[in-house]
Ligand binder design. Structure first.
Ligand code: NAP
Length: 349
């Protein structure tokens, strides 16, 4: 939705009051919150000879991360669903960084078969993988189920990345082995969200798989969208914990993180909906959210910083370990169940 549509929205005095309050709060926040989250490994970290695979490098914070990895000298593979858009981004980054080793691999998180094909394509080209970044993601739903019949945000944000990680696990292990299983020599970075901490701690596994031919009705934003988004992001945090357990002493470290509230295209699904929600998000995006450049830093930090090499299974925000307050992170039985069910769900792809 463009500005033109926004200006035609009729707002009640209460709605105008809320927006004004957010605007003022945003302005104060913008003026007072230090924007200076800094992590710049250029000159201290060299990724020459290292291979990075990232999902969702075509836009947002993932696009910034592709550039950062390229600047550090890595060979970078980008899994994305839109070839033309992604190849344009890759050409732009090649020109800017001088690094010609950036490659597109097709993969749509909505279709698990394309993700396993992407893993196969990568493995046909490379025998080593040093950094896997599961970054791609969607924040809202325009349908209920993925094309494979999983709840759409669970399927796209979490299960597709779980499949990718499992299919690449042997390659990651071989790479870690060749580096004498040094802690943090190989890393899996899951871009989650702070919303993972706020939702329900118990996962209703039966709601994740399509049973009949459910109609693809669209449910209201801020209700179903937010709870299913939060659950998909919680699952990323829980699988990071499980990966750290399964991969203990392997030299592979796993990290989950909140990038910050970032003014990226992920909010477009809310802006596309007319009314108070759109106006609210528009205000936040304009005044409160951090830039994609700032939002990229915690992912970069978890991917390359020596400070976290000895850590695994933890959750980060603003380049710092944080406690994820969702009780689910202490529920080992559920963590195990999520892992086992996910293994079952991906086995045919
Ligand atoms: N922005 C925030 O405030 C925020 C806060 C917390 C967490 N996060 C997380 O940060 C990550 C990056 O988000 P962002 O803010 O950079 O959003 P963005 O600008 O919308 O970028 C999302 C990326 O994911 C890709 N993607 C989406 N659906 C896909 C699919 N079905 N298959 C393959 N790729 C797909 C997009 O590809 P296309 O270019 O083809 O659309 C794009 O490259 C996400 O996991 C998000 O949940 C963001």
């Amino acid at each position: 939705m463009g500005l033109e549509t926004l200006t035609t929205i009729r707002l009640t005095p209460l709605q105008i009051g809320i927006i004004a309050a957010v605007g003022v709060a945003g302005l104060i926040g913008w003026l007072t919150i230090p924007k200076a989250l800094k992590f710049d490994p250029r000159g201290t970290i060299d990724l020459s000879g290292k291979v990075v695979l990232i999902t969702g490098g075509s836009a947002g914070i993932g696009k910034v991360n592709v550039r950062q990895f390229a600047e550090l000298g890595a060979k970078v593979y980008v899994i994305a669903r839109n070839r033309d858009k992604t190849e344009r981004v890759i050409e732009e980054i090649k020109a800017r960084t001088g690094n010609k080793n950036i490659f597109f691999i097709n993969g749509d998180l909505d279709k698990l078969e394309t993700i396993s094909a992407a893993a196969k394509e990568f493995l046909a080209k490379e025998s080593k993988l040093h950094i896997l970044v599961c970054n791609a993601g969607s924040g809202g739903r325009n349908k209920n189920w993925t094309s494979n019949g999983f709840e759409v945000l669970f399927g796209q944000n979490y299960l597709a990345h779980f499949l990718l990680t499992i299919r690449l696990l042997d390659c990651l292990k071989t790479t870690a082995n060749s580096l004498k299983n040094t802690p943090g020599a190989v890393r899996i970075v899951n871009v989650s969200s702070a919303i993972s901490a706020r939702g329900a701690s118990l996962i209703d596994f039966t709601s994740l798989v399509q049973k009949n031919n459910d109609p693809n009705d669209i449910e209201p934003f801020f209700t179903t969208d937010f709870s299913s988004y939060g659950r998909s992001k919680l699952c990323q945090v829980l699988s990071t914990i499980k990966l750290s357990q399964v991969l203990k002493d392997s030299g592979i470290s796993a990290y989950s993180l909140h990038p910050g509230v970032v003014a990226s295209d992920i909010w477009n699904i809310a802006l596309d909906r007319v009314g108070i929600q759109a106006a609210f998000i528009f205000t936040l995006k304009s005044f409160v959210m951090i830039t994609e450049e700032q939002g990229s830093l915690t992912t970069l930090y978890c991917s390359v910083s020596k400070n976290v090499a000895n850590q695994s299974g933890l959750y980060y925000s603003k380049c710092t370990v944080r406690e994820n307050k969702n009780k689910a992170i202490k529920n080992q039985a559920q963590i195990d169940e999520l892992w086992e069910k996910s293994m079952e769900w991906i086995k045919n792809y």
